[in-house]
Design a protein around this ligand. Sequence first.
Ligand code: UDP
Ligand code: MG
Length: 311
Amino acid sequence: MQPEINVVIPLYNESKVFEQLINRLLGISKLTDQSIEFILIDDGSKDDTAAKIAQICLTNKQFKGVILSRNFGHQLAVSAGLSVVTASKAVMVIDGDLQDPPELVVPLSTKLAEGFDVVYAIRKKRKENIFKKTAYYFFYRILNSISYLPLPLDSGDFCIMSRRVVDILNKMPEESRYIRGMRTWVGFKQTGFEYDRAERAAGDPKYNLKMLITLAYNGIFNFSEYPIKFVTKLGLIGTLSAFIYLTYVIVQKFTSNLVPTGFTALLFCVILFGSLTLLSIGIIGEYIVRIFFQVKQRPNFIIDKIISTNE
Ligand code: UDP
Ligand code: MG
């Protein structure tokens, strides 16, 4: 049976929160008469998450399991989930740790029905440590100011989308996926919906600092050409300053007979311009590495099996 709504939930080592998650998901059916199918993606978990997914999907036809061949990371796990949706109306994406309340499917789908194609959730409050909060705050604002798209502030992947938006996302072959940005790129009518982001219900965060930095890099280098323009500006400013300094030195040479000094300044300049060169190569490299991976044309993820009893 074709569901009206699919809810896509990526899971990586979420055994501890699994039962709570399933209970909350089962509770949703009582809140709405729309038919919902939950898509649970196992992103190469090392614990028994995959086994738990298989068990629920074989006994309850409201659940579909997607087992990936290894850990591909959150963004690709969500992409894998989106690739198997069958919903007639809408698709919601949430985290598996219950930080995004699944019950919001009701207000979000109501809002979507008002004529929107995307309703993205905006985090009004975050119950996370101060470092993470500050980093997120500045990241979204900096990215928004340098991006060629007006990317919404404080909104992650938690959203509900019309089926046609998901079909377009599935057709986008990008290798380094920053889904919240790709979603904005699609266009149509989009709006935000404020909510309080809860604490993780159980288990530890699966995103470590390195993964967060990779995600931030994907946001910046896939949705902004500013860094590369910045390098050009830096080069221009450097050249201009060098000529001004040259003029100053020449004038000084003819007007006074000072002995050359300034070894420290010289050393500083060598180090500064050496580092700036390296930084510039690094920035250019970020774009090149994206081209490198994209031209390989590898599939973005590999599905090992799909488990479902829903005909
Ligand atoms: N996740 C995933 N693959 C990964 C890392 C995380 O599918 O490699 C899932 C994880 O199970 C959770 C969601 O992505 O459902 C968000 O992860 P997490 O809660 O660790 O991120 P945070 O909320 O700390 O940003
Ligand atoms: Mg979380």
